[in-house]
Design a protein around this ligand. Structure first.
Ligand code: PMP
Length: 424
């Protein structure tokens, strides 16, 4: 009956208050905020620092010199199959794929896109669909460049395609959609083949609509199963929308996060457009670093081997978070969380209206969490229920201590909220 449940909740809250006070007294200083590789993961790629031979490409090109705007062919070849882009249509660029996503939009603003009627800068209004929860830096690019963002809910199969199809067909302001199709940030979702097919096939009101396919975690498996997704680029061509896919990827979480290589893949028409725009911007990328990546990874099999080493280092951290949340919160009904099979994040869902309070209580206890709301456009999660956990960077004992502490904060914030609701 309600009286005993209030009594029970009150007891739970009082215990949580005590646990939280103990936690604050311990003066922890831990950080679960950003999806960064740990120093041990970075160590896996330290061969990058030794040149290991002359800076000469497979075809004899002196890579120390200018040129080669498309990037080193032998590196593009290694990533062609995992990014599902033919080598000729896959460019290797600088150290950041986020930069390429930003530039793709900036070039569309300044020059217009193949198939477009005018430059995006000359459109009265531009909007992007943003599956939520999603990646805060995608939303930051849109906000900075004045693009309105429209939330679309995620499902276990990817974005809710009924909503996506309806909006894209009827609203010509919508020029793009952000997608992290494999092990998505933050919920770990793997897009189903049907979702990918529908994204490729759906009619769009805007003739220059693009799918921003940020395959940042294409090879970042946490289990033995190397999940594969459908080939968006090929499906777009098959369904008469050959220029729809903009594919992005990088080695940021394969080699060095700050000194890797990024990739852009698309139709030949889009690649020609990209090269025309970038040829005035640069005389060519850092091909010496690209050669170092070829020497480190060797081929697609070498890339798989490297990713298995990463998985061995970070899987225990993901398992620890799951185990601790399970034992602390599993039967309380106060939280649910994702069990990703790849990628860098765990998505924690707490009762509506609690996420900000959980993060604030964690801060009091010295645990830095990604701000609640960061997973949504404009930093606003309308349900205030989503918290992103990034367990890769801290050492395992710190991941364990931080998760334990976080669970206490969930118990405290959620019981306080539920009691407040019940007492009206
Ligand atoms: N896309 C996604 C989905 C990410 O999670 C991240 C890194 N957190 C990036 C892009 C950043 O990529 P890069 O380092 O290549 O700029």
């Amino acid at each position: 009956d309600p009286a005993s449940s209030i009594e029970e909740l009150t007891a739970q809250r009082d215990q949580a208050r005590k646990d939280h006070a103990d936690l604050v007294a311990r003066g922890l200083k831990l950080d679960l905020t950003r999806g960064k590789p740990s120093p041990k993961q970075l160590d896996l790629s330290d061969a990058l620092l030794d040149m290991g031979g002359p800076a000469v490409g497979a075809d004899g090109t002196d890579l120390r010199n200018y040129g080669g705007l498309a990037g080193l062919p032998e590196l593009r070849e290694i990533f062609s199959s995992s990014l599902q882009v033919p080598t000729e249509q896959l460019l290797a660029a600088g150290n950041s794929s986020l930069e390429l996503m930003h530039d793709a939009i900036a070039f569309a603003m300044l020059h217009g896109l193949p198939g477009g009627e005018r430059r995006w800068a000359d459109e009265p209004e531009i909007a992007f669909l943003c599956p939520v929860p999603g990646y805060d830096r995608h939303f930051g690019v849109c906000e900075k460049l004045g693009i309105e963002m429209i939330n679309v809910p995620m499902t276990p199969e990817g974005p809710d395609m009924d909503t996506v199809e309806r909006l894209v067909a009827e609203d010509s302001r919508i020029k793009g959609i952000w997608c992290v199709p494999k092990y998505s940030n933050p919920d770990g979702t793997i897009y189903s083949d049907e979702t990918v097919r529908r994204l490729a096939a759906m009619p769009s009101a805007a003739p220059d609509f693009r799918v921003f396919w940020d395959n940042a975690y294409a090879v970042h498996h946490l289990t033995e199963t190397e999940h594969e997704i459908a080939d968006l680029l090929a499906l777009c061509a098959e369904h008469g929308n050959p220029d729809r896919a903009f594919v992005f990827g990088s080695t940021s979480k394969i080699t060095y996060a700050g000194a890797g290589v990024s990739f852009f893949g698309s139709s030949q028409a889009n690649i020609d457009w990209w090269l025309a725009a970038t040829s005035k911007r640069s005389i060519g990328p850092n091909k010496v670093n690209q050669l170092q990546h070829v020497r480190l990874l060797r081929d697609a099999e070498g890339l798989r081997e490297q990713m298995r080493k990463h998985a061995a280092l970070i899987r225990p951290k993901f398992e620890a978070v799951d185990k601790i949340l399970g034992s602390e919160l599993g039967d309380t009904g106060l939280a649910s969380w994702s069990k990703p099979e790849g990628g860098y994040f765990i998505n924690l869902e707490v009762p509506e209206g609690c996420a900000k309070a959980v993060v604030a209580k964690a801060k009091e206890a010295g645990i830095a969490m990604t701000p609640a709301g960061a997973t949504h456009p404009y930093g606003e999660d309308p349900t205030d229920s989503v918290i992103r956990i990034a367990p890769t960077y801290p050492e395992l004992p710190d991941v364990e201590a931080a998760t334990q502490a976080l669970a206490t904060c969930v118990r405290l914030a959620a019981t306080e909220k539920l009691l407040a609701d019940q007492q009206g």
